[in-house]
Design a protein around this ligand. Sequence first.
Ligand code: ADP
Length: 387
Amino acid sequence: MPSEKDAARTVCFFAAASFPTVICPDFGSLCREIGAGAGAALVTAEVLAKDVAGALLQTLQNEPPWSSFPLIVLTREGQDRQRLLSLPHLNATLVERPVRVATLRSVVEAALRHRRQQYQNRDMLINLAQQAEELRQAKAELEHANEDLDRRVRERTVKLRETITELEAFSYSISHDLRAPLRAMQGYSEALLSEKADHLDAEGKHYLERIHRAAGRLDLLIQDVLAYSRLSQGDVQLTRIPLEMFFKELLYGYPEVTEKLKIDLHSPMPSVIGHEAYLSQCVSNLLQNAAKFSRAGVPPKVLIRTEQAGGWVRIWFEDNGIGIAPEHHTQIFQIFGRVYGDKQFEGTGIGLAIVRKAAERMGGKVGVLSELGKGSRFWLSLKKADE
Ligand code: ADP
């Protein structure tokens, strides 16, 4: 805002220096130019001292935060420079008159560079804001997708549980109903063998014996399936079980196994959190296996000992039997996961599946360490109880 002659001279000078220049005869037009994207303004200190300068300050105050409009103020010796510099929202460079052309040119160039930098910063800010918005949207979409996934998983889990419960009830009732005709087969074949043996030749007796044995095997199988499906029913009440007393009582009333198997119990033993019936079933199945899968000519024996770590008690059952090749270690805990045929070792293939399920129902785990021919070390982990 130099005016008149000075203004015309200034415009000529800037045109020669290739700076497009506009003369603003009043503050209103200067403010409009600033709004339209002017790079810098050149004003005299006298003009700024007038009351109307308030309009300019108001305009600059309303600029967005990234903006600090460069003002080049031409002063004269003796003017109050300090007052000009302390005006709020003023990014002013003071140049004292008379001004040398080269000085003015470099001051204007610096102001324009500064203004260009501000625009670049603004673009960067807009870019960052856009990226932040995109991120926010992506996050919202992800959260929505997660909620949707959670809901679908919950629905499927409920359905799956219903199906499992139905299946278990079905297998339980089927197994239960199967036992009645089976008992009839066993009973009548027994009666025929004992009461009508005179009417049968050797081949007839042999066939009848096979029917009787097969019915017995099927009955065992059904009993195991029943035991397995019974494990899934209802809630389990877990209690504190002092292991040493538990083992002593169990083995005392269990001659079927203790007569065939030498059992070495390592005391003292801690107490665990479990379910007595489930734990008895686990131990009985593991001991029966230790007795059954023995090496020819080697009297079977098992060592029962405990180990404690991090609030858990691991009960080990270490036998001197035939051992299990590592590739069978997972399969044997599945239902019907047998390694040998019925001719070599009788069984149903459900015993260890029962052990696994019972352990899980007690909040525990089972596993085995073994190599073929080197005995097996089965373990059962349960939460330790306070003594
Ligand atoms: P079953 O004893 O009726 O065959 P299990 O589920 O109890 O069924 O055992 C599955 C398989 O795991 C057995 O068939 C056997 O091959 C293997 N197994 C289990 N216990 C032992 C053991 N103590 N020593 C060697 N093999 C074993």
